[in-house]
Design a protein around this ligand. Structure first.
Ligand SMILES: NC(=O)c1ccc[n+]([C@@H]2O[C@H](COP(=O)([O-])OP(=O)(O)OC[C@H]3O[C@@H](n4cnc5c(N)ncnc54)[C@H](O)[C@@H]3O)[C@@H](O)[C@H]2O)c1
Length: 340
């Protein structure tokens, strides 16, 4: 078996493959990184792995975006050193996008990189964060400012974990599935109708396969991969502004706001109305306009201080690096505010 994969493995076959990888790597020490909401997933995960070293250590961080910080990262590096972790140690991230982003960053930087596995437990992490090799932590109040591009050695997707996922976190993952549907242009109407009780494994597979195919084409995001940022320019600004305003929202809820703006700027009114029926636009107050715009100026995708957007020429036809002025953005937000 190869020890570097960009595609996820699903369900029972996924456990067999992970067992085979554990046998091949024979890690000197295995660390399972969780947050306190995903610790319970270990009781499902651990018994299914015959090759997992019984002397594994569980590292638990508090749930939420605050754990993607330099302080938490430094603490984890210290703990790895205390346990004598070496370059043959393994980190298995069992959690949502925060645990996957954080654990991958820790692994990619510790002793210049040790193996790691992502086991996503939230829908968002299954269809997006666990796949693609981006990791990182937040810094100076801004999202994902420190990080690397490093592929996990393995990704295991087990939809059974979703049974304990709260509804708003499910919707957060749904937002990224909607993004993939808009970008691929294949199943937008169906994607809008998805519900937790009826979500099928093949729908997760379809969404993640779309992302994996883009990543294969452009791993380091020099071109086409930028399309995966659809909705994320306003989205990231909204997420970090909401956090500092004392009214935090999920990543996906912020992405929905961003998708509304991107659809309007793309001239795709019908799709924006359809999105609003399922997830209404949240009105932006006047005093939030400047801080939101300033956050977009910090976006990593910008060049020469200009704000760059991903837009759609039509469903399934994304374009990227589109310069958007403050005036255009403000007009779009005003139009959405008036219509809501
Ligand atoms: N690296 C990437 O390519 C990429 C892509 C998209 C998003 N992200 C990052 O992912 C993060 C968002 O991911 P997220 O929405 O999974 O956030 P998260 O990890 O904070 O999980 C959301 C909440 O659900 C809980 N949770 C997760 N799985 C659970 C389960 N099975 N049962 C009960 N509770 C569970 C978590 O403890 C948390 O409270 C953001 O930091 C974002 O920047 C990264």
């Amino acid at each position: 078996m190869k020890t570097s994969h960009s595609y996820p493995f699903f369900g029972p076959d996924g456990y067999d493959g992970l067992d085979a990888l554990l046998q091949e790597l024979a890690p000197s020490k295995t660390f399972l990184l969780v947050d306190s909401n995903t610790t319970h997933c270990l009781s499902v995960f651990v018994p299914k792995l015959g090759q997992l070293d019984a002397a594994f250590e569980v590292l638990e961080v508090p749930p939420g975006e605050e754990s993607k910080s330099l302080e938490v990262a430094a603490n984890l590096w210290s703990v790895l050193l205390e346990y004598g972790a070496d370059r043959n140690s393994l980190i298995i991230n069992v959690g949502g996008g925060v645990v996957c982003d954080l654990g991958a960053f820790i692994a990619a930087t510790f002793k210049r990189g040790i193996p790691f596995v992502n086991v996503p437990t939230s829908l968002l992490a299954m269809v997006d964060a666990s796949v693609g090799g981006k990791n990182g932590i937040n810094f100076a109040g801004l999202k994902n400012q420190l990080g690397t591009f490093t592929q996990p050695n393995y990704v295991l997707i087990d939809p059974d974990f979703l049974t304990s996922l709260p509804q708003q976190e499910w919707e957060s993952g749904h937002a990224e599935m909607l993004k993939h549907a808009l970008l691929s242009g294949t199943n937008w109407a169906e994607a809008l109708q998805l519900e937790p009780a009826t979500l099928a494994l093949y729908e997760i597979q379809q969404s993640v396969a779309f992302k994996a195919a883009i990543v294969r084409e452009d791993f380091k995001e020099t071109g086409k991969r930028k399309v995966l940022n659809l909705g994320h320019t306003t989205g990231h600004a909204w997420e970090s502004y909401a956090a500092v305003s004392g009214n935090p929202c999920t990543h996906g809820a912020a992405v929905i706001q961003g998708l509304h703006v991107a659809l309007l700027l793309s001239g795709l009114q019908d799709e924006q109305y359809a999105l609003a029926k399922r997830y209404p636009w949240i009105k932006v107050e006047d005093d939030a306009l400047t801080p939101l715009w300033e956050r977009q100026l910090q976006d990593k995708k910008n060049t020469r201080g200009e704000v760059r957007y991903v837009l759609l020429e039509e469903l399934g036809k994304p374009i990227w690096d589109v310069q958007i002025t403050r005036e255009q953005w403000t007009q779009a937000v005003s139009a959405l505010n008036s219509a809501s």
